[in-house]
Write a new protein. Structure first.
Lengths: 111, 900
């Protein structure tokens, strides 16, 4: 579904979400969005709303699970956590990214 | 794996949509709340915090939409949306929806009904293994159509040959007189030759098949074996498990049950359901006192089915049979003169496909059913054209909406898809309604087809083939109805519409051409149907107005089966006389007589007579009758006297000629008192004295001229145990007579099956059943076509006029009179009707030739019918146009101008 350009973008957002959950543990959608904004600084301009289709996609693939819980400020929120399959996916995707990044770096490096 | 998991999750979500939507809304709300909370902590006011939170979230609606399309199946979702939209569109115009669905239901229902009849009679293979190998044997002669009835000696020769066929079997259907507790009753049966069941290959339910060992002169042992149907086993033997070996008395002779065939087995003729199968060699027993086998090559009564050996094509089988023609004739028949005659007329055996088995009804109804099917197809096409033009007119009313949506970025494909879903909805609803009604209609049609064959049935249930036909037709109809309007409504140049508003008259004119062409085509088709109906109906009334030569009103026939009871000769004649006297004493009975053949009962008996001046043998249509036959039938007796019961052979052979026969045998002089000669068998000559001249009557066909005919008295019948039909002229209801006739027969001849009563008028109707069926259906279709066309003309003109309200307002403001406006609107349909009628007339002149063979005394170019049809259509078109025209004339110019 979709063309190749958005696939790459999707892939990056997916990996960002997975990595966030890996480092932070179970987290609600707002928390994930804020964390990604903070880590990427000004380099990524993202509508927080786009996180939700991505979360659903990851859940459909079985990489994350969700359940309703209570936030630190006593609010009802849906918390997402990484599944076993998700951890495996992080390894695979990370490897993949590093390979792509290295390849791109070779192309971009001044020869 | 991932893809599969995703798919499952998506499908699952389809069923929990509402819950998941609420869940998502909760989640998004909590997201915003969390964001507001954080912003407040940073010191923003409540309002600022909320604005900032929403800004950084982005479009809530977009997020929700993206989430939903990730969650469900977008195509399905879209389809469901289109479907809901289509339903709303239909509900918004319920009159239109109802008309659309009903017209389509009519067209599709009629097609389904006729197709399921065609399927049952002509297409459905026999339910036996490898039915494609089945072959029907026929023979051709240069002087007649192919024939499918064979004589016993030729069949026995063919049965032995195994070169192109694995098995060859003969069969012949007839009722069997089976002894029950209360005397003999008729049970549908079939005489089959030894290889019949091997050929059919359907395994028996209980016991065994009949085999070639059963089909031997005198039976395998002392008595013949029979195979019975599952239904007969259940009803007659109460499903007894030990049925094999039980006795069955058929035609007063003992038979023994050897097997039961399952319900799925229907024999070799798709229109009959034999309950009893007896071996071919038992024919002299079940047919007693007749014996078709003994009459050898004089009797042609067996239909032959064969199964080709694997790998043998129909063509090879055909040439194999052609090559076998001469050996078969030489071997089977020794009459040199007869053989010479066959050679002169190029007698030749042949094979035709037989996967559907063989029934004479298949030959009789191939052409009428094809014609009826063509009528149905025309009706359906007309209904589709009608809906297409109505949808076109309606989508013209929506074109600004569609143009706006196109301009806002909806893809054309998306809009076409949506509009097609709407027509699909109409098609599906129409099909459903049609399919629900179809079985009743096809049942009624089947009854009409089968009316002449007592006990015959046709299985018109909807099978896979019919459903495939329905599906294809429905899809075709959807495309036909919806595609043109959809493409039209979304065509690119329409976006100009949005720029220029609706007042662009020039583009309008061009655009109105297509609906007019569609409506014109519809009118042409309607005219075609009306002309067809006019021709067939006129032909039918002419058949009915034909002077028959007798008066069928008030005459009933009672057919008596006397061939299995003990009386014969003079005692039997006296029995007939007494039974007739007893009938005559019943209330309402005016006169009673007997005849061996009643008019149009389907049988023919000819004989050749000559006189010194006749110039050789003349073929005369014969009948054996009792006294008072002419009085009962109201056939005028022109000269001489009627037969008497004492006109026996001892008093000399007597004959009564009709006028045509008298003219043929005695050209130029009176026949009364003269003698005619009959060359009998073995060079014997019989002399008959002409005792009366009577009027001519139609004998076997209303459509054919009354032939030269002659009558001989019942007391001089030399046949064994002849069965006669009592003809009774009666005033008042017939039902009491039927009861009386039955109880009289039961007391006077306890052995015979109850006599069957039919009115002579019914018999005449039955003899022209295909003509009646075609005339009735074509009138029905023509009436529907007129109605549908009227609705179409009215609907399209109403829409078109409604869209021109503005323009008409301007015209009126500029001084147009109300009458002028009405004429202007009216003229639109007048043009369509004129052009359509002209086209239809040309088509009718070209196509009506196909009807020639169905017509009686009616020219396909009968000017009155053509003129009448055109006048009818013009009248209907005018009637449909008056209301919109009047409405247009009543438009108030100021209101019209303000409305845009």
């Amino acid at each position: 579904m979709g063309d190749s350009k958005s696939d790459v973008l999707q892939g990056t957002l997916d990996l960002m979400v997975l990595k966030t959950l890996e480092s932070m543990g179970p987290l609600h959608g707002y928390g994930i969005a804020r964390r990604i904004e903070q880590v990427s600084g000004d380099t990524l301009s993202m509508n927080q709303g786009t996180i939700y289709p991505a979360l659903l996609r990851l859940e459909q693939r079985g990489w994350i699970t969700s359940e309703w819980g209570t936030s630190e400020s006593n609010r009802r929120a849906k918390f997402y956590s990484l599944s076993r399959l998700g951890r495996k996916q992080i390894e695979e995707a990370t490897e993949n990214w590093e390979r792509v990044a290295a390849t791109m770096a070779r192309f971009l490096a001044p020869s | 794996m991932d893809t599969l998991r995703t798919l499952f999750s998506r499908i699952a979500s389809l069923f929990r949509r509402r819950h998941l939507d609420a869940d998502l809304d909760d989640e998004l709300r909590s997201h915003i709340d969390l964001a507001i909370e954080e912003n407040r902590k940073r010191g923003m006011t409540r309002q600022q915090a909320r604005t900032a939170a929403l800004r950084s979230f982005g479009g809530v609606a977009q997020a929700r939409e993206a989430y939903r399309s990730q969650r469900g199946l977008p195509i399905l979702d879209q389809f469901a949306r289109d479907l809901r939209f289509g339903c709303r569109q239909l509900l918004r115009a319920p009159g239109f929806a109802l008309t659309a669905i009903l017209t389509l239901a009519l067209g599709l229902g009629a097609n389904t009904a006729v197709f399921s009849l065609i399927n049952a009679l002509l297409l459905r293979p026999l339910p036996v293994p490898h039915s494609e190998q089945l072959t029907v044997l026929q023979y051709t002669r240069s002087d007649s159509d192919p024939s499918f009835s064979f004589s016993h000696p030729i069949f026995r020769f063919l049965e032995m040959r195994r070169d192109v066929f694995m098995n060859t079997a003969a069969f012949s259907d007839r009722p069997m007189q089976v002894r029950s507790g209360s005397g003999n009753v008729n049970v549908p049966g079939a005489i089959v030759s030894g290889q019949f069941f091997q050929l059919m290959q359907t395994p028996p339910l209980i016991g065994r098949w009949l085999t070639p060992q059963d089909d031997q002169k005198g039976g395998a042992s002392s008595q013949f074996g029979v195979v019975i149907s599952e239904g007969f086993w259940r009803n007659w033997f109460n499903s007894a498990p030990d049925v094999v070996g039980r006795k069955l008395t058929i035609a007063n002779s003992p038979f023994v049950v050897v097997g039961v065939m399952p319900r799925s087995f229907i024999g070799a003729d798709p229109t009959t359901r034999p309950d009893i199968y007896v071996p071919l060699w038992s024919e002299p027993v079940v047919d007693a006192p007749y014996d078709a086998i003994a009459s050898g090559y004089h009797s042609w009564w067996l239909r032959i089915l064969a199964r080709r050996s694997p790998g043998v094509s129909l063509q090879q089988a055909n040439s194999g049979l052609q090559a076998a023609t001469n050996p078969a004739l030489q071997e089977a028949i020794s009459d040199a003169e007869w053989l010479k005659d066959q050679r002169e007329h190029h007698f030749q055996l042949g094979a035709v496909a037989g996967s559907t088995g063989f029934s004479y009804l298949q030959r009789d109804f191939l052409k009428p059913l094809t014609a009826v099917f063509a009528l149905c197809a025309a009706m359906l096409l007309l209904a589709c054209l009608n809906l297409a033009s109505l949808l076109l007119a309606r989508s013209a009313a929506r074109e600004r909406e569609l143009a706006t949506r196109l301009a806002m970025g909806a893809s054309r494909r998306r809009l076409v898809q949506q509009l097609l879903v709407e027509s699909l909805l109409i098609a599906v609803l129409g099909t459903a309604a049609g399919v629900v009604a179809a079985p009743a209609v096809s049942g009624a049609l089947a009854a009409m087809v089968l009316t002449r064959t007592p006990g015959a049935t046709l299985d018109t249930t909807l099978d896979l083939r019919v459903f495939a036909f329905i599906a294809l037709t429905a899809i075709g109809a959807t495309l036909l109805i919806g595609l043109l309007p959809a493409l039209r409504a979304t065509s690119r140049n329409l976006s100009e519409q949005i720029k220029s508003g609706s007042q662009t008259i020039s583009a309008h004119e061009r655009k109105r051409l297509l609906p007019r062409v569609l409506m014109g085509l519809e009118v042409a088709l309607a005219l075609l149907l009306v002309v067809g109906a006019g021709l067939l109906a006129t032909s039918l009334t002419r058949i009915y107005r034909t002077g028959l030569g007798f008066d069928p009103k008030g005459v009933v026939n009672l057919s008596l089966d006397m061939n299995k009871q003990p009386l014969d000769g003079d005692p039997l004649t006296r029995w007939y006389e007494n039974y007739g006297d007893a009938l005559l004493r019943q209330p309402g009975v005016k006169s009673v007589s007997y005849a061996s053949i009643t008019p149009m009962d389907g049988s023919v008996w000819t004989s050749t007579y000559h006189t010194p001046e006749s110039g050789g043998d003349k073929e005369i249509y014969m009948n054996t009758v009792a006294p008072a036959f002419f009085q009962t039938m109201r056939i005028p007796m022109l000269l001489g006297r009627d037969f008497r019961w004492n006109d026996t052979l001892a008093s000399g052979r007597k004959i009564i000629l009709n006028q045509a026969a008298a003219k043929l045998l005695f050209p130029g002089r009176s026949a009364l008192g003269q003698h005619v000669l009959e060359s009998g068998e073995e060079k014997k000559t019989y002399t008959y004295e002409v005792i009366a001249i009577v009027g001519d009557i139609h004998y076997a066909s209303i459509r054919r001229e009354a032939p030269a005919g002659a009558y001989i008295p019942i007391a001089q019948d030399t046949g064994h145990k002849p069965s006669y039909t009592a003809v009774v002229r009666l005033e008042g209801p017939a039902a009491p007579l039927a009861t009386a006739a039955r109880s009289l027969a039961a007391s006077m001849a306890p052995d015979i099956p109850p006599p069957v009563m039919i009115s002579l008028s019914q018999q005449l109707d039955d003899s022209i059943r295909s003509e009646r069926m075609m005339a009735m259906l074509s009138i029905f279709f023509a009436a529907c076509a007129l109605l549908v066309t009227a609705i179409g003309l009215y609907g399209t003109l109403s829409y078109a006029t409604a869209r021109r309200t503005n323009e008409i307002g301007i015209r009126m403001t500029l001084g147009a009179q109300r009458l002028q406006v009405a004429v202007m609107v009216f003229r639109e349909n007048a043009w369509v009707a004129m052009c359509g009628s002209t086209a239809g007339l040309v088509a009718a002149l070209l196509a009506s030739k196909a009807l020639t063979s169905f017509l009686y005394g009616t020219s396909v170019h009968d000017p009155w019918i053509l003129i009448g049809a055109v006048a009818l259509l013009v009248a209907v078109a005018s009637a449909a146009s008056i209301l919109p025209a009047m409405r247009a004339a009543r438009i108030e110019p100021m209101e019209a101008l303000r409305s845009e």
